[in-house]
Structures are given as structure tokens and as C-alpha cells.
Write a protein that binds this ligand. Structure first.
Ligand code: GMT
Length: 383
């Protein structure tokens, strides 16, 4: 039996995957008896709807006329330091390299100059665009590299992302250049095919495809809408779009232009994801970059097969021919064919959905993945 740890988690409070993973991790660690503090500038939605004993620090920072924008990242570093000085933190776990690993780095550096308490160790988890887009931008690349190298351990959510990180930022074999791969996980009890019938979002037999994202350009939701129009070609079916973001207006305009208003429903941001995922014939993910694809895993766990582009680490989650169908990034017709194959063949959708659920249970259950993080914490602490 290991002694409980005191852990500070730093994350974005968005509907996006990194905030979901950080919140679910924080809740599970607290359930296991660790003391967990979560630092963010808002309460992440997954934490807000849970009852777990995670101590939330909503850190807004004070605006000041000289500041171009309020420096939340500095306020978070200060808040961490305050908690550490009061109670002692063993671990700081930053999700998404910038700015959170920088906040963690600053708090750790300040704590190192304190007398008495040992400073916390810094673990940084890389999620995707913190490496591929934001981190690679020349305005952030040197700092991204510095904070990854300065972390006591760095993890990536897929082998593909670990490889990209090494190529871009850690071109050496020396200690300090390793990236542990710890995949994302899913709560297989909540994301279950057995969502109560009465709770299901729809109970009719209309073939349904569902997509969940933050509508950023990397998700290519307009591309997905075009592929859906190609797939259905006049047959009765619907596309449920869950989430919101920068491409929303373009998507609405495209749906009208294609004359498929009656077939596409924009649901906005929702918490009731299992209720929307479980009754659908297929989950669709059309990204041109995706380090993992947490929403696809949540669909699989609900027994819904996935049609996706073969982007980044998606093939580490969705196995082509078993839990879903993958196609080349630019091949819209192949994606449409795959959508059609599952939308209009209930038996195939059902059997692939069962395989998807079995795979989610076998490889991505919450407890074993969280235990890998706990082992990593103990390793960097030398315990
Ligand atoms: O990196 C991002 O784009 C943000 C992040 C988020 O918060 O939505 O998404 C990434 O992290 C998720 C959780 O680890 C992964 O499931 C997503 O695949 C990944 N997104 C991309 O790589 C585009």
C-alpha cells in the first residue's frame, strides 16, 4: 500500500479532450485517496458535473490597465505556490505544454528556493496541438522545448505524439529526452451501451451519425458535412453535430447551401454525451490532425463504431475493420462510403459496435491507466 500523494493538476477548462482527461484523472486520483487540487481559470465542465472531492482553485488573475491581457498563467503559478506553502504538494501535473507547464515550472522554481518543504516534481502531459500547432509556432517553440526538457517527466497520449515530440523537440537519446506514452482512458460505466432507454436522445429508427468536437479547423467539420451529403444521397438519415467553435457559422452556411437543413442538427455543447452516442449507428471523426481522438474512444465505449480519417494517433484507438473504418486524410469519397456502410447496415454497425465496446474495455479502462500515472508520480519522487 503506497502513501497517498498531494497532487496539483493544471488544465484548460474547455470542453476539449485535454480538460476532460485532466478532470477525469483528478477525480479518479481523489477517489483513490490522494489529495488533489485542480488549477484552472474556470471550473472544467467534467469536474463541474461530478461530486468527487477534488479541491478546485478557480484562478482568474487581476486585470490591470498596463496588461494587454490578464496573465492567468502567472496567477496560476502564484496560486500553486500558495497551496504548496500551506499544505505541501508532491506533484504538479500540467496538461497541455503551454502555458501550463510554464506555470508549473515557475511554481516549482519558486518552491525550490523556499526553506523546509521539498519542491513538487513537475509532470507534463502533451495532448496534441500543444506540440503540432501551438508548440511548433516559432513564437512558442523554444519555450515549449525548454519546459518539456525541464519537466521531471513528460508523457504523450499516443505513440504517434511521442514520436512527433521527439522529432520536434527532443532530438537526443540522453536522460531527460524520454517521453512516456500513457494513453487516454474512458469511464466505461458512464460511457456504456446500456444508457437507460428513457435517457437516450432519440428512440426512432432514423440512421444517425454523430460528431463531437470543438469545431476548430483541424476537425474539418465542413468536410464532414460534405462527406455526409455524399454518403446519404437523398436517403433518410441524420447527422448530429455536438459542440461549438470557430467553424460553426461556416458549417451552418454550408448545410443551407447543400440543402440538407432537415438532415443536420446542431446541438451545441452538451454534457449528456453517452445518451447521444449510444443510440447512433456511427460516430464520425474527420480531423486532419488528431493525436488520439478521445471522443472516438467515448463512442466506442458506448458500443458505437467509428468512421474516421487515419490522422496521427487515431489508428492506435480505432482498429480498422474491427471497431471502425479508417480512410486516407484527403479521400472524401472513401470516408463517405464508410459512413454509408455503417449508417445503412444495422447488423454491421451493431457487430462493429460490440467489438468497439470490447476493445475499449480491454485497452482503455480508467483504473489501469490512472495507476500508470500514479506509478510515474512515484518514480519521479523516488518512492
Ligand atoms: O491539442 C488539442 O487540440 C487540444 C486537445 C483538447 O483539449 O481538445 O485535444 C487533444 O487532446 C485530446 C486529449 O488527449 C486528444 O484526444 C485529441 O486527439 C487532441 N487533439 C488533437 O490532436 C487535434
Amino acid at each position: 500500500m503506497h502513501a497517498p500523494l498531494s497532487i496539483g493538476v493544471i488544465c484548460h477548462p474547455t470542453y476539449g479532450g485535454s480538460g476532460v482527461v485532466a478532470s477525469e484523472l483528478a477525480l479518479t486520483l481523489a477517489e483513490l485517496g490522494h489529495e488533489v487540487h485542480l488549477f484552472s481559470h474556470e471550473v472544467p465542465p467534467r469536474l463541474a458535473r461530478a461530486s468527487g472531492l477534488v479541491q478546485m482553485h478557480r484562478v482568474q488573475g487581476a486585470p490591470y490597465p498596463l496588461f494587454h491581457s490578464t496573465p492567468h498563467d502567472l496567477a496560476i503559478a502564484s496560486a500553486i505556490l500558495t497551496v504548496h506553502r500551506a499544505t505541501g504538494l508532491d506533484i504538479l501535473h500540467a496538461h497541455y505544454a503551454l502555458p501550463h507547464a510554464v506555470s508549473g515550472f515557475l511554481a516549482r522554481a519558486a518552491a525550490q528556493s523556499d526553506q523546509g518543504r521539498p519542491a513538487p516534481r513537475l509532470v507534463t502531459t502533451l495532448h496534441g496541438t500543444d506540440i503540432t500547432l501551438v508548440g511548433n509556432d516559432p513564437s512558442y517553440a523554444p519555450l515549449t522545448q525548454f519546459v518539456i526538457q525541464s519537466s521531471d517527466a513528460a508523457t504523450a497520449v499516443s505513440k504517434w505524439l511521442a514520436q512527433r515530440t521527439k522529432e520536434s523537440f527532443l532530438p537526443c537519446a540522453a536522460p531527460g529526452c524520454e517521453v512516456d506514452v500513457i494513453p487516454n482512458f474512458v469511464d466505461t460505466e458512464r460511457f456504456s451501451p446500456k444508457v437507460q432507454c428513457s435517457g437516450r436522445a432519440f428512440r426512432d429508427d432514423l440512421p444517425t451519425a454523430v460528431h463531437v468536437s470543438n469545431f476548430r479547423p483541424v476537425k474539418r467539420v465542413p468536410w464532414l458535412i460534405e462527406a455526409f451529403a455524399l454518403a446519404v444521397q437523398g436517403r433518410a438519415a441524420r447527422l448530429l453535430l455536438v459542440g461549438d467553435g470557430p467553424d460553426m457559422s461556416a458549417c451552418r452556411a454550408l448545410v443551407s447551401k447543400l440543402g440538407i437543413d432537415g438532415r443536420v442538427t446542431f446541438l451545441g455543447e452538451r454534457d449528456a454525451l453517452p445518451e447521444l452516442l449510444a443510440p447512433a449507428q456511427v460516430f464520425a471523426l474527420s480531423s486532419d490532425q488528431e493525436s488520439f481522438g478521445l471522443s472516438a474512444l467515448e463512442a466506442m465505449s458506448c458500443g458505437t463504431p467509428v468512421v474516421a480519417t487515419d490522422a496521427g494517433g487515431v489508428s492506435e484507438v480505432v482498429t480498422h475493420g474491427l471497431s471502425g473504418l479508417l480512410s486516407a486524410l484527403e479521400d472524401k469519397q472513401a470516408f463517405a462510403n464508410n459512413l454509408r456502410a455503417l449508417l445503412f447496415d444495422d447488423e454491421r454497425s451493431q457487430s462493429m459496435g460490440e467489438a468497439a465496446r470490447a476493445d475499449a474495455l480491454a485497452r482503455f479502462q480508467r483504473e489501469p491507466v490512472v495507476e500508470r500515472y500514479a506509478q510515474l508520480y512515484r518514480r519521479v519522487l523516488g518512492r
